[in-house]
Design a protein around this ligand. Sequence first.
Ligand SMILES: Cc1cc2nc3c(=O)[nH]c(=O)nc-3n(C[C@H](O)[C@H](O)[C@H](O)COP(=O)(O)O)c2cc1C
Length: 305
Amino acid sequence: MKSKLSIDLAELRLANPAMLAAGILGMTSFSLKRVAEAGAGAVVTKSVGLKPRMGYPNPTVTQAEGGVLNAMGLPNPGIDYFAEEIRKTKSTVNCPVITSIYGFSAEEYAKIGKKAEEAGTDALELNVSCPHVEKVGCEIGQDPKILKTIVKTVKKNVSIPVFVKLTPNVTNIIEFAKTAEEGGADAVTAINTVRAMAINVETKRPILGNKLGGLSGPAIKPIALRCVYEIYPEVKVPIIGCGGIRSWRDAVEFILAGATAVQVGTAISFEGPEVFQSIKKGIEAYLKKEKHGSVREIVGLAHRG
Ligand SMILES: Cc1cc2nc3c(=O)[nH]c(=O)nc-3n(C[C@H](O)[C@H](O)[C@H](O)COP(=O)(O)O)c2cc1C
C-alpha cells in the first residue's frame, strides 16, 4: 500500500518527495548514506564525468544576499573511480540512488550513463545546465538540438530512467522541457543555479576564481517556482522542483506548482541533513490539516482556474 507521502517518479518509488540535490554531500557513499538516513526520499550524487576533473581555483563559493554563489567547476574523480561509490551507496541506503552525469558529447554522456547503470544506480540525472563550465553546462542546455541528441543517445544506451536537469538561464524554459521530453526524458528537474557574480569593491575584481558562477538558495526560489509552474501544463513527464527549498512550506509550494518531487541543496549547508525530517513532518501535518489523502493529490493544484 502507498503511504501518504510516497510518490512514483518514472519507475522509482520514493517514500517521500524530498530528494537530495546534485552537488551537495553527494561525492561519497558515506555522505550519501548520511543524507538517506536523515530521511531523504532519494539521493542524487555530485555530477560525475568520464575523466577526473580538478574544478576551478579558489574561491569557489561565496555568500550572496539570500543565497550562495558557486563556481566549483565540476570537480569529480571520474566515473571509473566513482562507480565503486555508487556500488557502496546502493548496498547501504534503502532509497533510490540517482547519478548525476555531465559530458562533452552525446557519446560521452551515454558512456558515463552506461557505467553508472552497470554500477547499480537507479536512474540518471543529466546535468546539461551547469552555468559556469564551458562546452558542457548551459551551452548544451541552451541549445535544443544538442539537448535532444544527448537525451536520445543516453536513452538508447541505458534502460534505467533518465532525468534532465534544466537551466533557468534561457528565455523560455518550456521549450527545453518539451525538448527533453521529446528526446525521451522520464522526468525533468527544474532548476540548476542562476548565472550570477559578485565583485569585491576593495580589490575591484570578481570574487569567484572563475569570475562567473551560479546563484542558489532562497534568492532563486521564486524563479524556480515560476519555472515549475510554467512547465507543468506543457509536459506529461513528472517535474522535480529545485531551487531555494529549505522548509516544508517551500516544498508544498513547488508541489502545488506542479512538482511531483523536490530537491534540496543549499539549505543543507546551513541546516544540515536534518532539514529532510522537518520537510517530511511538515508536509505530513499540512496534508492532515488541509484534509488531503496524499501528497500525490496536491500536485499542480495551484493551476485550478
Ligand atoms: C556548491 C554547489 C555545488 C553544486 N554542484 C552541482 C552539480 O555537481 N551538479 C548539478 O547538477 N547541480 C549542482 N548544483 C546545483 C544544485 O543541485 C541545485 O540545482 C541548485 O543549487 C539550486 O538548489 P538549492 O537552492 O536548493 O541549492 C550545485 C549547487 C551548489 C550550491
